[in-house]
Design a protein around this ligand. Structure first.
Ligand code: MN3
Length: 261
């Protein structure tokens, strides 16, 4: 698996990155016919998510007491690692998936051979969502966003508190397993929503929300059940104190730059 991870990482050389960018632009031209909704500016992100499972950026117990060490360990080493293993198996078996950015594959699921589409949606999506989720939290997190993102949130929701309420409601009202999101939508505005299972807002034509993810919250029971049991609302409320706004601000800067071409 190490070898494959290295091979996949090596495949994302600068040349491959540019090739992936060109095919993303071709996909953009075809998108309105396929999906019936204007496509987001599909410029490749300057910070693409690696196909490999990167080390957790902090210790399992670093987010105690909000995220307990046992939940973090099982979540990272079993759940996330499981998605990565299944994604890598698909990459090994289907050559046409190799050398493409994860963002490109998830954003163009129709281009994935049908036999691999579900595994890409569930396990490619699972890997993408969790890779970012770890970065969306920090032992030094909490507070409110600053700079352009902070200003845009206040423009859209009137205040940071109103934004938090809307996001928490999206997290609470997603029935069953899924994610709550803050995205930059195809119209260039901030939007809150949620998706089912491991869907994410990159999945145009598939997910319940479309846009570039800026912040996401895992509301699967495996993310909170050991400590919070059925009290998802308490988990969501506590989570605000570990949110890494630096990451969301960087993604917002990247997404607005891409949207302006
Ligand atoms: Mn999870």
């Amino acid at each position: 698996m190490k070898q494959l991870s290295q091979a996949v990482t090596n495949a994302l050389s600068r040349r491959e990155f540019l090739v992936a960018g060109s095919s993303a632009m071709l996909g953009m031209l075809a998108a309105p016919r396929v999906f019936g909704r204007a496509a987001a500016a599909a410029a490749p992100p300057s910070m693409p998510v690696s196909m490999s499972q990167e080390p957790l950026p902090y210790a399992f117990d670093a987010l105690e007491p909000i995220i307990d060490a046992k939940t973090m360990e099982i979540h990272f080493t079993r759940h996330h690692a499981g998605y990565v293993n299944n994604l890598h198996r698909a990459l090994r078996e289907e050559a046409s998936l190799q050398g493409r950015l994860l963002e490109d594959l998830l954003g163009n699921l129709a281009s994935v051979p049908e036999a691999f589409r579900t595994v890409m949606r569930n396990h490619g999506g699972g890997h993408y969502n969790h890779a970012l989720f770890w970065e969306w939290m920090s032992p030094n997190g909490g507070g409110a966003p600053e700079g352009a993102l902070g200003e845009a949130i206040e423009r859209e929701w009137g205040s940071f508190t109103s934004f938090q309420e809307a996001f928490s409601n999206a997290a609470a009202s997603r029935f069953g397993s899924g994610w709550a999101w803050l995205v930059l939508n195809p119209e260039g505005r901030l939007e809150i929503g949620s998706t089912a299972n491991q869907d994410n807002p990159l999945m145009r034509g598939v997910a319940d929300l479309v846009g570039t993810p800026l912040l996401g919250l895992d509301v699967w029971e495996h993310a909170y059940y050991l400590k919070y049991q059925n009290r998802r609302g308490d988990y969501v409320q506590a989570w605000w104190d570990v949110v890494n706004w630096d990451k969301a601000e960087a993604l917002y800067a990247d997404a607005t730059r891409a949207a302006q071409g």
